[in-house]
Ligand binder design. Structure first.
Ligand SMILES: [Zn+2]
Length: 164
């Protein structure tokens, strides 16, 4: 601390100014990171909608609000139900993340993800919807296991129908 003080006193004003700017930029980057996704602690965290423990790492979903708050869900169905209750659907300031079914524990943007519904694959709360981060990996899954192809808007519609 003492060393730091001596050093900054000795620095020319312009360098000190640049140094200060650098610190501010670092701070901004750090704050930006805070608004990113938070890993789900499987077997420990609970779903913010149904309050059940989140255990299946192929289905975890997350909302990051415009204020940087993170909400975690055991599957996309619970995320959408929560978003409907809180009026977040269609709000571009909220980030919706789903797990890429082919690479568990890896988030992908829900609004542009490639979904499949297949009742042979039971999702934690029964929407039986899986998400993929690319059309190629979705097609690979469907070729092997079948299912109907959906986009984000279709999935919202399915959840709406289910919750009626
Ligand atoms: Zn849930």
């Amino acid at each position: 601390m003492l060393n730091y003080r001596i050093k900054t006193v000795l620095l020319p004003p312009l360098v000190r100014l640049a140094y200060g700017g650098f610190l501010i930029i670092l701070l901004l980057i750090f704050c930006g990171c805070k608004a990113g996704p938070e890993p789900i602690n499987y077997g420990h965290d609970e779903c913010d909608f149904c309050r059940m423990q989140i255990t299946d790492n192929r289905y975890g979903s997350e909302i990051i609000t415009d204020k940087g708050k993170v909400f975690k869900f055991d599957e996309v169905g619970c995320m959408i139900e929560y978003a409907m209750v809180k009026n977040l659907i269609g709000d571009a300031n909220q980030k919706f993340l789903v797990t890429d079914f082919a690479t568990p524990e890896t988030f992908t943007d829900a609004t542009i993800a490639f979904f499949v519904q297949n009742d042979n694959f039971r999702s934690p709360m029964g929407s039986n919807v899986m998400a993929f981060d690319s059309e190629v990996s979705r097609q690979k899954f469907v070729a092997e296991s079948g299912g109907s192809l959906l986009n984000w808007v279709d999935v919202i519609e399915i959840v709406k129908q289910r919750s009626k």
